[in-house]
Design a protein around this ligand. Sequence first.
Ligand code: IFM
Length: 452
Amino acid sequence: MESRSFPGDFTWGAATASYQIEGAVHEDGRGESIWDRFSHTPGRVLDGDTGDVACDHYHRYRDDVALIAGLGLNAYRFSVSWSRVIPDGTGAVNERGLDFYERLVDELLAHGIAPFLTLYHWDLPQALEDAGGWPVRATADAFADYAGIVAARLGDRVRSIATLNEPWVVADHGYRIGTHAPGRSDPAAALAASHHLLVGHALGMQAIRSAAPTTAAGIVLNLSPQHPASTHPLDLEAASAEHAWLNRWYLDPLVGRGYPEAPAWAAGQVRAEVRAGDMALIAAPIDFLGINYYNQGRVRSGLLPSLEPSGDPLERTGMGWEVYPAGLVEVLEFVVSRTGALPLYVTENGAAYPVDAADPTRDPARVSFLRRHLEAALDALDRGVPLRGYFAWSLLDNFEWALGYDPRFGIVHVDYSTLERRVRDSGRFMGAVARLGRLPVDVGAGTGGSRA
Ligand code: IFM
């Protein structure tokens, strides 16, 4: 039987983020970001890893673009480092920083690859954090200025501009639990940060609209089904609360539904940061929504004893995340319940697995992961989800935040001692899917083998 096809104009890409791959942290006038400060603080990142060199993409971007073209992908999602463009977060613009992204975009276009630009993938200029960070509203104003500057320089050439990547992670990990930069554990600050991220998005949208009126603009959210760990009513309640915080906290305001009920940890907080007019501002139309999908959550109420595992062990990635392709359909259908015909992209999906020591280019588990999630994307398309594209996370092995270089997400292997790149089977698989517009025939379950 002929396998199902993706739409002919489907976007096929791979994604990265500035701090995770660029390196060159002191070059060409770049300022300090919160991830520079955090990663250089002892005890914050596994093994003391930093993004100082990372994949050295800043110097090797031409080779990396050639690599994307060689794979046969037609799009590339990357983020701009705010600190390269405006080293202190506000004020003087560093033209050399903008020049780098201009060279990158032009190189992509020369290879027929559509640039998908994200303005903020977690690397806030340290000067802005010193002035209060996302918990203060001035950061949202500064973000809008930055958005306008980037849009004015690059908006005519990029396919789309996303304001923020995963604001939930920024507020939750950066300000509530402190496992990410800037490393603060302050629930009130997290709540204020979440609102100012949305205000920043909204003001950034206005700035993009005015500087680059024809460029598609939107935002990227991380979403994950939150299922109760048992049928106990307390688990049902806990799962619903988790769903509200993780899946609805940003999406609902963006579509004009306002904030869901505040999470239990925010009890007693007065939301003084929400000003009159903000919710209408935040609900202004966007042109697309990006969805980053990795796994599902099995939620256990804190009031119940922990559950003993039963049945077969769950299939997990190297991150310990459950492999759950059906969850991609679930989150896409949930989003459509809010956004209707709005174009959607899977802006990240992928998995970390340990490197095969004998041959680091062999990654059958990742091929299998991608194949099953692409099947799920086809299911979503069959159900009418307006899905326009899919980006694998990640193009390269890279700096995985607090876990440093330990997890390997790349469809291209990076040897961190030589910085040599080698395409994995998963990279070849993604290229084959992009070229064929459908999944290649699986010639060996679990081996990652496939043929056209
Ligand atoms: O590496 C991250 C990325 O920066 C944001 N989304 C999830 C990825 C894997 O953890």
